[in-house]
Design a protein around this ligand. Structure first.
Ligand SMILES: [Zn+2]
Length: 101
């Protein structure tokens, strides 16, 4: 009778220990923030543009440059491919416009 009781006690402590170690392993899964946002806000950061504005639409380039065009050895930034396409049709007309700086 005494042996049975000891055995039961032993068994319950083993089970309890197993339960404890099992629940501890779940708490290691909440540290991966850096892998997501390595994309720069400004893909053309550091590029010297000939104008501070999108010469096709007049938008400030600080708002975002998605495309660039080279003309007469200068780099012009554009908010969209459409603006770049417009500029390339008649670059001189755009450069003579009020947006030129
Ligand atoms: Zn534009």
């Amino acid at each position: 009778m005494k042996l049975n009781l000891l055995f039961a006690l032993f068994l319950s402590t083993v089970l309890f220990a197993c339960k404890n170690s099992g629940s501890n392993t779940d708490t290691v899964e909440t540290t991966h923030k850096d892998s997501v946002a390595a994309v720069p806000k400004q893909p053309f950061e550091g590029v010297e543009f000939a104008s501070k504005k999108d010469v096709a639409c007049g938008m400030m380039l600080t708002a975002g440059v998605t495309d660039t065009a080279h003309y007469n050895g200068k780099v012009y930034g554009f908010c969209s491919k459409e603006c770049k396409a417009d500029f390339q049709k008649t670059p001189d007309a755009f450069l003579a416009s009020k947006y030129r700086q």
